[in-house]
Write a protein that binds this ligand. Sequence first.
Ligand code: ISL
Ligand code: CA
Length: 530
Amino acid sequence: MNNKSWKDYIVYQIYPRSFMDSNGDGIGDIHGIISKLDYVKSLGVDIIWLSPVYQSPNYDNGYDISDYEAINPDYGTMEDMDLLLKEAEKRDLKIIMDLVINHTSSEHEWFKKSCENDPVYRDYYIWKDKPNNWTSFFGGKAWDKYGDQYYLHLFAKEQVDLNWHHPKVMDEVQKIMKYWLDKGIFGFRCDVINIIFKSSLDNGRKRIILTGREHYHQQEGMHQILKTLRQEVLNKYETFTVGETVMVTPKQANDLIYPEKTELDMIFSFEHMETDQFNNKWFRTKFKPKKFMKVITKWQNEVYWNANYFENHDQQRIVSRFANEAFRKYSAKMFATLLIGLKGTPYIYQGQEIGMTNGDFKEMSEFMDVETHNIYALAKKLGFSKKRRFKMMLKSSRDNNRTPMQWTKDGGFTQGTPWLKQNSNTKTINVEAQEADQNSILNYYKKMIELRNHEETLVHGDYQFISMKKNVLVFERTYAKKTLVIVCNMNDTDRKFLNQHHGKLLMTNYQEMSNLKLKPYEARIYLKEI
Ligand code: ISL
Ligand code: CA
């Protein structure tokens, strides 16, 4: 497909800190990314979503920005960033960046001046004489004191919520967006975009998590902000936008993305990622394929256009989380078939394409994530035993997905000591080995991506759920005169399977196949022409 339109694109997410280090300080950087652009291109993807590289004190790995028009020296300079844009363009790769506008770092000039009571900046943030009862995403109170007032932070106390009632905030954000779009970036992944507008600062109804959320979640004011950003900025460029929206329903998703080009292009939802938890992500339950697919089917059926993902920098590795690790080689490919087989834009997170596993952390000091440590402390207060708490972190810590990218059997990420422990299984799970192996997970991803790039049915075809019996999923995608039948065995055991889909076999993750059964995590795609 030449002349691609936005629905054709496939996105690859790079978490810069963990992707590739070029100077041996143990931290991934922009030159590292440039050195791996040919690799990214070889996957067949179109867009790189670059997690934050802006100047930041890094309390939350860049999601706490202290200057939106400067680069974090850990990652390089603005010249390096310009070079990255140029090198990406040469390869016909587009780059979208994170737009974090719910909060800034507490070290941002605006906040410093706000703290000094500067009349221009005081109201950029949300101040109150007395805190209300709201709680934060990372556990504990959502207010901290500075001087004689309290400021709101829905995440860490170093991430201060902006006051979107103040017109100057809108002006500043428009200026930032234009700055980057003029540089040639293709759009934004808008961080926690559906909580930016606080309708009131009244006490919230008491809840186990996020007391207060009815005052800021999915408010009409947010739609107004997005419409303004669309008209004043985005529509003046060719752009691609995806919003991260927490606790969102299909109806709310449609309100954000339809009609096209009025607010966002698509949104990341969480409902499917919450099917293996009880109340919140620290209480993980067994993965239930049926429950998972019920949610996915609902979103496929009800939402105009989905942003499909199973991993990102906040989640855990699917081969560890949703499958039996012993069958990693097969489950990774089965999930690739599902992800790219669904209707919507596929998002692949670095390392997912080689089937990286959760980290092999042995003690708390090996974790670096602010949320992990905050929740660990909170769980202690709540009386959970040390062993139990550590187990919770092992399962649900975001650091599971942030371990350094596994390039070679020795790691290949850095010449120095990585900022976060490298998984020791890089000996067997790495890019180099998989590039050389025809049947690797990596080569399977490439084939699936190529299939989507050439088969319109995968882009435009309707989604039709056929069946889910004994955790064997069958669904179809139909467009014009073609139907693709996608079969996924989501079990770690064999399943009986009568092949009634007398079509041509397009994809499979096993070399030998039976007409009577499916092997563990076996996946197939058949093509039927009518
Ligand atoms: O991972 C989570 C906590 O368990 C999510 O609730 C996450 O905090 C939420 O999806 C918002 O994530 C985004 O904004 C955060 C940042 O820490 C995440 O990395 C980012 O993806 C604050 O900017
Ligand atoms: Ca570095």
